[in-house]
Design a protein around this ligand. Structure first.
Ligand SMILES: Cc1cc2nc3c(=O)[nH]c(=O)nc-3n(C[C@H](O)[C@H](O)[C@H](O)COP(=O)(O)O)c2cc1C
Length: 480
């Protein structure tokens, strides 16, 4: 009951925030208050006013209630709406450069030009603590930067003329199943923190586009609920408990539900320094009433994948390489190790029976290695020597990033934050558009490189970049 109420409240958060800005925008006090508002609030007010202005065709002039002085608001940039109301006047042409550079918010998934367009909207829709959790990189975020910078030091080598490229084939085989695309959705915890559709919304979008999805052990929804939304079993990611019996019961549960592949995340075993998350929790942590309403609303509350797997204390074996065999024996599933970034670990993983490795630094959220995953990929590929699939993630934001990772030997390429931005912005439709944008960009690069299949993308398709690259404008903290 409490949870339902909390959910309803959550659903209303975005709407009430917008109502609040609308009320502020309509208030005569705005004339006085506007200059003192933070840039983010000013943008929101601009946006509401611009929308009203473009709908009514009237210029906005505010009058101070106290002194009667007329006040012309600073220049406002009307937003384009992709869903015009019947009979509404035509919106003025948007200033595309402004939208591109100033982080104005899009109104609908169809308005997005790239995945960062969803980042700003998700930010506006999300509780600050939840936003800090997804935005956070360990220490001072350097590994997040390194992830992006890595792609920018790798150039493309296109092919200009040649025989016509027939219809592109982007399909890839993983453990006997053929996927339409090499793109996959990484496991990300607690997706209901970003949209009430949560993992199921992502599942429906991913399934419709033939995209593999890996569920987080910390998901907001159960394996069964997500698989039902998806219409087929998906992969499950495990954070191993010290107590082996807890793991065994978890594995048996997902195996019984049809899960074909277990992804064991091994890059947080020693902990990670998450300053932004700690800061945003403050001294109260989850104890403040707002957090309690979801995180701990009943005594003994647990996220779905941790329910029903407790029992009397069991053995606590070390997290060593023999653990891989334990996991395989427990579930009879394929086991992929997530978080491999060195050649030595890649060799050991294959030696100890891993069915695949996932090159990842957790999106800059594990140790602050200062090393982008695209820089780790070649040595992992060298260690694996083609014996098992090499999956890859962290910092992927463009179709060209996917292409570059495939060129260096990745079998499949994942995104974390981008699809959660899509979800946080517009639910399932946002995830769908994020996937569509990435795949459109990716296939354009394939055509430019005249590579008709993934097998034709190889080391000859890229080279180390020689020119220092200007990064995206990041003054507002977005764009990583
Ligand atoms: C908010 C958030 C939560 C995450 N939760 C998990 C998780 O529960 N399990 C896991 O293995 N990885 C988790 N990851 C890491 C992702 O699986 C993935 O490695 C990473 O997001 C890829 O980098 P990107 O976000 O730059 O695309 C999480 C990442 C983020 C941003």
């Amino acid at each position: 009951m409490i949870k339902q109420q909390a959910r309803a409240d959550e659903q209303q958060t975005g709407t009430s925030r917008r109502h609040f800005f609308k009320m502020l925008a309509g208030s005569p006090l705005l004339a006085m208050a506007y200059p003192g508002l933070s840039p983010a609030w000013q943008r929101e007010v601009d946006r509401v006013l611009a929308r009203d202005q473009s709908a009514s065709g009237r210029a906005t002039r505010m009058v101070c209630a106290d002194c009667g002085q007329a006040f012309q608001l600073p220049a406002m940039r009307p937003m384009r709406s992709s869903m015009p109301q019947a009979g509404a006047p035509q919106s003025p042409t948007p200033n595309a450069l402004d939208v591109h550079l100033t982080g104005q918010l899009i109104d609908a998934p169809g308005d997005a030009s790239n995945v960062w367009d969803f980042e700003a909207v998700a930010h506006a829709n999300t509780l600050p603590q939840h936003w800090n959790y997804i935005h956070m990189g360990v220490d001072d975020f350097e590994t997040r930067y390194a992830n992006r910078a890595g792609y920018q030091r790798l150039s493309l080598r296109p092919k200009r003329l040649g025989p016509d490229v027939p219809k592109l084939d982007t399909s890839v085989s993983l453990f006997g199943k053929r996927w339409a695309t090499p793109l996959f959705l990484c496991p990300v915890a607690a997706l209901e923190a970003y949209h009430t559709e949560g993992e199921s919304g992502a599942a429906r979008a991913a399934r419709a586009r033939g995209v593999l999805q890996i569920q987080s052990h910390q998901s907001s929804q159960s394996y069964e609920a997500i698989a039902e939304a998806r219409g087929e079993p998906h992969w499950f990611q495990l954070y191993a408990n010290q107590d082996w019996d807890v793991n065994k019961r978890t594995i048996e549960k997902v195996a019984a539900a049809g899960c074909p592949v277990l992804v064991w995340t091994i890059d947080l075993i020693g902990g990670s320094n998450r300053e932004l998350s700690r800061r945003s929790q403050g001294s109260e942590g989850y104890n403040r009433p707002l957090c309690q309403s979801c995180h701990n609303h009943q005594p003994g509350y647990q996220r779905p994948m941790h329910r029903g797997v407790q029992g009397p204390p069991g053995p606590r074996p070390a997290f060593d390489w023999d653990y891989v065999k334990r996991l395989k024996d427990a579930g009879k599933m394929k086991v992929v190790l997530k978080g491999i970034v060195t050649r030595e670990d890649a060799e050991l993983a294959v030696l100890h029976g891993a069915d695949g490795v996932l090159v990842s630094n957790h999106g800059g959220r594990a140790e602050n290695s200062l090393r982008g995953t695209i820089d780790s990929l070649p040595e992992v590929v060298a260690g694996v020597k083609g014996r098992v699939p090499v999956m890859f993630d962290s910092g992927v934001r463009r179709g060209a990033d996917i292409f570059k990772a495939l060129a260096l030997g990745a079998t499949a390429v994942g995104v974390g934050r981008p699809y959660v931005w899509g979800l946080g912005a517009f639910g399932q439709q946002g995830v769908d558009k994020v996937i569509a944008l990435l795949l459109e960009e990716f296939t354009m690069v394939m055509r430019q490189a005249r590579t008709a299949t993934l097998a034709q993308i190889g080391p000859q398709s890229v080279m180390p970049g020689a020119t220092p690259i200007m990064m995206r404008d990041n003054r507002q903290g977005f764009g990583l």
